[in-house]
Design a protein around this ligand. Structure first.
Ligand code: S3P
Length: 426
C-alpha cells in the first residue's frame, strides 16, 4: 500500500474505544447477572474474537446501533463450548479467558492464529497450576493451543516476575472461582482496568500499591459501560501532530488512566506540545481531550516504572525519536519481544529502512535522531497492527514516497485508521 505524505494536519478526531476496556466489558458482562450495555465498544478484530468466544459458550451478545448488549448468565452460567475457542490474534483474549475457563465445570480448548500460537503462555500456566487449575499447552511448547479441564481452585498470593495486566487479570478472574482470597503483586503497577471495572460490577477487589486482591464468589451485576477512546490509538495522532509541520489536532475523548498515559509523559519530555482539556471521568476512568501542535522534539530516556504505562506505544515513540534531535534510550522493555511481533526487531528493521540510526539492545533500543538522514522506504508491518500504524505516521513526515507491506492488519485495533488519518490532511 502507498502511504500518504502530509504536512498541516488540522482538525478534530475521536479515536475508537479502548481495546483493553472493550475486552473486559464483554468478559465481565458475560459472567455477571443481567444485562451489560456497552457503548463506544471497539469494533476491531481482537474484541470481536472475545465476543465470539463467549457466544460459543452460550452467551447472547447483540449489537443495537452503537451499543453492544451482553446478556450475562452469572459466574456459573457459561456452557461447554461447541469446538475450539478461537482468540484470533488477541493475547488479551487468551490470557484473560484462561482465568475464567480454569474455574468452569467443563473442558475447553483455546487457541488462535499463527502469531498467538507463538506467544508465551507459561506466565499464566504456572500460577494457574499453582491455584490447582488443570491447564496445559497441548503441544508442550508453553504456547496455545491450551487445554483446560475442570478442577478445584484455591486462592494464592502470587508475586509476579513481570508487570503484566494480562497475567494479573487472568489470576484475579480465576480467583472469582477459588476457595479463598487471591492476590497478585507486580514489580511495577500495570494497567488497572480489571480492578476498576470488576469493582464496579460488584466484585470484592482491593488494590494497595502494586498488589491487587480479590475474594471469591461475589454477586456480579450487569452494568452500563461507556468505553473511553483508546490512548494507544490516540498515540498515532499525537505523534502525527507533533512530527508534521504546521499541524494542530484536537483528539477528543481520550482515556488517560495513569497506568496507561506514559505516551503523554514521554512525548512532553521530548518537548511535544500537548495540552490537556476538558478533564472528566467516564465509567470510572479518567478521560480528557488532547490538543497537539507541531513541535521540535529532542531525545529522552524511557525506562523503569514508565514502561508498563506505554508498552504498546514504544513503536510510535521510537519513530518520534528518529525525528528528534539527539539520542533516545529505551530500556527495561524486554516485553517488546513477545508482543504481536518481536517489536525490538520489527521497529529496528523499519527504522533502518528509512535511514534512522538505531541500535537494538536486549531490553530496548538506542536511537540517534536526525531528521535530515531520513528517506523514503518500503516498510513491512510484520502483520503487527502497531508497527503498521507507527510507520504510516513516519511516512507522513518523510518527504519521499513510502509503502507498507501488509498494511491492512490495522483492523486488529483500528479498522478506520488510514481513513481517519487522511481526513486530517489539509
Ligand atoms: C493488555 C496488557 C498489555 C498490553 C496489551 C493489552 C491488557 O499486555 O501490551 O496490548 O488489555 O491487559 P501485557 O499484560 O502482556 O503487558
Amino acid at each position: 500500500m502507498e502511504l500518504i505524505h502530509a504536512s498541516h494536519l488540522k482538525g478534530t478526531i475521536s479515536v475508537p474505544g479502548d481495546k483493553s476496556i472493550s475486552h473486559r466489558a464483554v468478559m465481565f458482562g458475560a459472567i455477571s447477572d443481567g444485562m451489560t450495555e456497552i457503548t463506544n465498544f471497539l469494533q476491531g478484530a481482537d474484541c470481536r474474537s472475545t465476543i465470539s468466544c463467549f457466544q460459543n459458550m452460550g452467551i447472547s451478545i447483540e449489537q443495537k446501533k452503537d451499543t453492544i448488549l451482553v446478556h450475562g448468565r452469572g459466574l456459573h452460567g457459561l456452557h461447554t463450548p461447541a469446538g475450539m475457542l478461537d482468540a484470533g490474534n488477541s493475547g488479551t483474549t487468551v490470557r484473560l479467558i484462561s482465568g475464567i475457563l480454569a474455574g468452569q465445570p467443563f473442558e475447553s480448548v483455546l487457541s488462535g492464529d499463527a502469531s498467538i500460537q507463538k506467544r508465551p503462555m507459561k506466565r499464566i500456566l504456572e500460577p494457574l497450576s499453582s491455584m490447582g487449575a488443570d491447564i496445559s499447552s497441548i503441544k508442550g511448547s508453553g504456547c496455545a493451543p491450551l487445554a483446560i479441564r475442570p478442577s478445584k481452585l484455591h486462592g494464592i498470593s502470587y508475586l509476579s516476575p513481570i508487570a503484566s495486566a494480562q497475567v494479573k487479570s487472568c489470576l484475579l478472574l480465576a480467583g472469582l472461582y477459588a476457595d479463598g482470597a487471591t492476590s497478585v503483586t507486580e514489580p511495577v503497577l500495570s494497567r488497572n482496568h480489571t480492578e476498576l471495572m470488576l469493582s464496579a460490577f460488584g466484585a470484592d477487589i482491593r488494590s494497595a500499591g502494586t498488589t491487587a486482591a480479590i475474594e471469591p464468589e461475589p454477586k456480579l451485576k450487569g452494568l452500563k459501560i461507556e468505553v473511553p477512546g483508546d490512548i494507544s490509538s490516540a498515540a498515532y495522532f499525537i505523534a502525527a501532530g507533533l512530527l508534521t509541520k504546521g499541524s494542530e489536532i484536537l483528539i477528543q475523548n481520550v482515556g488517560v488512566n495513569p497506568t496507561r498515559d506514559g505516551i503523554r509523559k514521554a512525548a512532553s519530555a521530548m518537548g511535544g506540545s500537548i495540552q490537556t482539556l476538558n478533564e472528566r471521568t467516564v465509567s470510572g476512568e479518567p478521560v480528557c481531550d488532547l490538543l497537539v501542535c507541531s513541535s521540535d522534539l529532542k531525545g529522552t530516556v524511557i525506562e523503569g516504572s514508565l514502561i508498563p504505562a506505554l508498552i504498546d506505544e514504544i513503536p510510535i515513540l521510537a519513530v518520534m525519536a528518529a525525528f528528534a534531535e539527539g539520542t533516545t534510550v529505551i530500556r527495561d522493555a524486554a516485553e517488546l519481544k513477545v508482543k504481536e511481533s518481536d517489536r525490538i526487531k520489527t521497529v529496528t528493521d523499519n527504522l533502518r529502512r528509512m535511514g534512522a540510526a538505531v541500535t537494538p539492545t536486549d531490553d530496548g533500543m538506542i536511537i540517534n535522531g536526525n531528521r535530515s538522514m531520513l528517506h523514503g522506504a518500503d516498510f513491512d508491518s510484520y502483520l503487527d497492527h502497531r508497527i503498521a500504524m507507527s510507520f504510516a505516521v513516519a511516512a507522513l513526515a518523510i518527504d519521499e514516497p513510502c509503502t507498507m507491506r501488509n498494511a491492512e492488519c490495522v483492523t486488529i485495533s483500528y479498522p478506520d485508521f488510514y481513513k481517519d488519518l487522511a481526513k486530517l490532511q489539509r
